[in-house]
Design a protein around this ligand. Structure first.
Ligand SMILES: [Zn+2]
Length: 310
């Protein structure tokens, strides 16, 4: 079975400011990288617009309505110090959620082995009732709930290797012992959460990494902490919050990963997916702000997904 790539041109219509690091150029850079011949075997799918109601799987309906009610008809609307909506944001947000739910459809129904969703805006900082940190709605948390409600998945895991802690995902999973959250991230750092003693119901596994940490520390965190816990949890589906801003060249983070580390961690996750859940994985883009490092890192990540399919 192939690997799916799910994306859409409308993701470049979400445009906060020419100098904002979470820029449309990020996706253009990824698309160029994924045009290389090695990626010709990808099953390419346009991300559909999700029904607004699907977002309420992870967010209160009143909050969802409020966010869409504040989307601008012209100019920008600010939602927090770092996050604004433009005219194209509504469609991008709906297609971002739609990318994840259609990836879950394809993977859970056995049409593809695994999938990468190249989407904007990202999602893992979105709290249940708050837009935050470039994120409107929590794509992976919606995907986890969708896999449970639409496919009967009992146990769903999210692994987050973005340089920032996925505070929103952690908050949504905190009281849900059948949902697993494992995260490596720079700490202390934005958004402030992600200490090792934040464990929820024993279903949250944080691996905080000090600024300057590189490949060895990152791999030890996965080998010793996150991967064993994930295998013990025995998920029916693994979702990945795939942020690439822990790369050494990223302007926002101070970790020092390379493309090889993204290939390595993806292989490790795919290996556990093969043991636990017939290889079912859905990966969703989060951060990554050096356009060249983002492109090469995504390529390494998607190559590893492809090596575990087919
Ligand atoms: Zn990030």
């Amino acid at each position: 079975m192939p690997t799916a790539l799910i994306t859409h041109k409308a993701f470049t219509g979400h445009d906060m400011h020419p100098s904002h690091p979470e820029s449309p150029a990020r996706l253009e850079s990824i698309w160029r990288a994924l045009e290389a011949p090695v990626f010709s075997a990808l099953t390419r799918t346009d991300a559909p617009e999700a029904e607004i109601g699907v977002i309420s799987l992870a967010h209160p309906a009143q909050h969802v309505e409020g966010v869409f009610g504040n989307m601008p008809l012209e100019g920008l609307t600010s939602f927090d110090a770092d996050t604004a909506a433009s005219i194209g944001t509504r469609e991008a947000v709906l297609r971002g959620v739609g990318a994840v739910t259609s990836a879950v459809d394809l993977v859970m129904s056995g049409q593809v082995q695994n999938a990468f969703c190249a989407v904007r805006p990202p999602g893992h900082h979105a709290e249940p009732d708050q837009v935050m940190g470039f994120c409107f709605f929590n794509n992976v948390a919606i995907g986890a709930h969708y896999a449970r409600s639409h496919f009967g998945a009992e146990r769903v895991a999210v692994i987050d290797f973005d340089v920032h802690h996925g505070n929103g995902t952690q908050a949504m999973f905190w009281n849900e012992p059948d949902l697993f959250f494992g995260s490596s991230h720079q700490f202390p750092f934005y958004p402030g959460t992600g200490a090792q003693n934040e464990t929820g119901q024993g279903n949250i596994f944080n691996a905080p990494l000090s600024a300057g940490s590189g490949s060895q520390t990152f791999r030890e965190a996965y080998e010793q902490r996150i991967l064993p816990a994930l295998e013990g949890f025995a998920p029916d589906l693994i979702l990945v919050s795939a942020g690439f801003d822990a790369h050494r060249d990223d302007p926002l983070g101070q970790l020092a990963l390379s493309e090889d580390d993204y290939h390595w961690v993806t292989q490790g996750l795919a290996g556990i997916a093969e043991k636990c859940c017939d290889g079912r994985m859905v990966s969703v883009l989060e951060g990554g702000y050096n356009l060249d490092a983002l492109a090469t890192s995504v390529a390494a990540h998607v190559e590893a997904l492809m090596e575990h399919s087919g």
